[in-house]
Each structure stands twice: as structure tokens, then as C-alpha cells.
Design a protein around this ligand. Structure first.
Ligand code: XIL
Length: 316
């Protein structure tokens, strides 16, 4: 096989990438890699609530329209990200809103976005990061105002707007078996039992090489969600190495093993439909400005394939 997309297609999987608008419009090497290697994409920022609807009823569709169009022209399936999330939400989403006001703003946002792109967007992260790191519902404006019901309601609204879209719950620090993944598991199990129209769970997997779960643990965790009848996907993969004793060549060899392990774990679970990596080149990774300078992706600062790339390729 020649590319990640070839390998993934042979294994009947999607291989995705987070695409930043600035890179799609200004970086030819990025565009070549995205169109050459992937068959799935997620907008890195342009599909978020704040960027799309900065003020109530004020819509900024141009950037996101271009992203959807780019994906269509490049034959990349598209996952919308993210409809309901406390972070990168518009300034008007505050604790001053009543429950009714917030609920209708959420419903209106979901309805307007999903009807615009119906037939063009295959899947959405409907709710992102609703669970806290303490394994309790996250104390966000959404939860404070609406309680946990905002989650079920978001899926119901989304399903009523576009019955064909695949609807995901998405979160981080749930790759392995731990208190937070247990809590998310109980939450989505409750949704399934209440016939809430959720189709799957996205495991972000912003990992560090030193702490990544074992293959067996990844498979066990993905499998328990899949056994609820849900699809699963690895939605935002990157693997930091800066916490290892610093030797670049050694670290990127270890990183290759982690990328390979994650893709292999997805391959071991029939309902695991996609692995998406959160960017292309290390130099443009969100990791550098969020956790400190690192080399977490599968292409280096010069857009050259790293061992991690071959780890993914071998994994599919
Ligand atoms: C990140 C983007 O990569 C950054 O450019 C932005 O500054 C912040 O958001 N979880 C998510 C993604 O669901 O939307 C986040 O993306 C990374 C963490």
C-alpha cells in the first residue's frame, strides 16, 4: 500500500486529520499531505460554536463552508466538530441565561448548522468534554444551567435535524480504564438504555508516550463501549514525547510504537471506524502552545514522515 488512506481502506477504516483553516488555505504541503494520505477530516477550530455563531443569530459560515467544500473536492469524509461544548463557545453563553434561554440557543445552533450541511457531513461530535477530570459531570455553564439533560437533549435535537448523520460523544483522558472512562461509560450506557440517539464515542487520545495505556487496556476499553452497540473512534490522536528523557531519535522510535498500538487497538475492535490524528506537522501542532514544545505528530517540522507515520501505516 502507498498511503495511509489505502491502508485504512483495505482495512475498512477511516483515517482522519484535523485541518486548520489557515493551513488549508495557505500551506500547499499541508494540503498535499491531507489530500494524499487521508480519507476523513475534522475542522480543527472552524466548526466550533463560537467561531460559527459569534453572537445570537449572527452566523459566520464562510470559513466552515470552505472547509466542507475543500473536503468534498478532496473526497474526504467530514466530521463536524463540535456542536455543544463549553469551550470555544460564544461570549453570549453565560450563567446569566435561564435554562429555557440556553436550551433554545443550543437547539437553534444544532438545527441551523446541521440543516445547512445535511448530506455533506457524515458525522458530528455532538457533545464534547462533558465529563470532568474528577469523573463527575464537568462544572460548566451548560451543566450548571441545564444539568446533565443537556447531553441527551443535544443528541435528540441533532437526530431530529439530520437522521443520517452519525452522532458522537467525544472526550479526552478516556483512552484506558480509569475513573473518567468509567464515568463516561456509565453515562453513555444510560443514554443507550434511554434510547437517546447516540451512535458512538470518540476517544481523543492526546497521549504522552510515557503514560499511554497498553494495547490490552486500549482494546478492553474500546470494546466495552462497542459492546453497548456503539461505534467508537480515535478522534484526536497525538503522542507527546517531551516527558521522556530527551533523545529525539529514541523518543520518536518509542512514539512509533504508541501510534502503532493505537491503530492496532482500533483494528481489533470491529466497531472502531476511524483513527484521526490532530494535525500533520509537529511545527503546527496545538500541543506546542498548550503543553509546551513537543513533537507529537506523525510528520516533522519539515513535513517529512516520522516513524509514527509508518507505525500507523503498519497498524491498519
Ligand atoms: C484545539 C485546537 O487544536 C487549537 O488550535 C485551539 O486553540 C484549541 O482547541 N480537544 C478538542 C479540540 O476537542 O477541539 C481541541 O482543539 C483540542 C482538545
Amino acid at each position: 500500500v502507498e498511503t495511509l488512506a489505502d491502508a485504512a481502506e483495505q482495512s475498512r477504516r477511516l483515517v482522519g486529520v484535523a485541518a486548520g483553516y489557515g493551513l488549508v488555505t495557505n500551506d500547499e504541503q499541508f494540503v498535499d499531505i491531507v489530500t494524499g494520505e487521508f480519507n476523513y477530516m475534522t475542522p480543527e477550530n472552524s466548526g466550533k460554536w463560537g467561531p460559527l455563531q459569534p453572537a445570537p443569530g449572527v452566523w459566520n459560515f464562510d470559513t466552515h463552508d470552505q472547509m466542507v467544500e475543500f473536503a468534498g473536492q478532496s473526497e474526504l469524509a467530514y466530521k463536524g466538530h463540535a456542536l455543544v461544548w463549553h469551550s470555544q463557545a460564544p461570549g453570549f453563553v453565560t450563567d446569566d441565561l435561564s435554562a429555557d434561554e440556553l436550551q433554545s440557543l443550543i437547539d437553534d445552533h444544532i438545527t441551523t448548522v446541521m440543516s445547512r450541511y445535511s448530506g455533506e457531513i457524515r458525522a458530528y461530535d455532538v457533545v464534547n468534554e462533558a465529563m470532568g477530570d474528577d469523573a463527575e459531570y464537568r462544572d460548566s455553564v451548560l451543566y450548571r444551567t441545564l444539568g446533565a439533560d443537556f447531553i441527551a437533549n443535544a443528541f435528540r435535537t441533532a437526530h431530529s435535524v439530520d437522521r443520517r448523520a452519525v452522532l458522537f460523544y467525544n472526550d479526552y483522558n478516556i483512552a484506558g480504564l480509569n475513573a473518567k472512562s468509567d464515568a463516561v461509560y456509565e453515562m453513555v450506557k444510560g443514554l443507550v438504555h434511554n434510547r437517546v440517539p447516540i451512535d458512538g464515542v470518540g476517544f481523543q487520545m492526546h497521549l504522552t508516550a510515557a503514560t499511554a495505556p497498553s494495547y490490552d487496556e486500549l482494546v478492553a476499553n474500546l470494546s466495552r463501549f462497542a459492546n453497548l452497540g456503539l461505534r467508537v473512534n480515535i478522534s484526536e490522536l497525538d503522542v507527546r514525547v517531551a516527558d521522556l528523557p530527551w533523545d529525539y531519535q529514541t523518543n520518536i522510535a518509542i512514539q512509533r510504537q504508541v501510534y502503532h498500538r493505537v491503530v492496532s487497538a482500533c483494528m481489533a475492535v470491529r466497531r472502531c471506524e476511524a483513527v484521526t490524528t490532530w494535525g500533520v506537522s509537529d511545527k503546527n501542532s496545538w500541543i506546542n502552545y498548550t503543553f509546551g514544545e513537543d513533537a507529537a505528530l506523525a510528520w516533522d517540522d519539515d513535513n517529512q514522515r516520522k516513524p509514527a507515520y509508518y507505525g500507523m501505516l503498519d497498524g491498519f
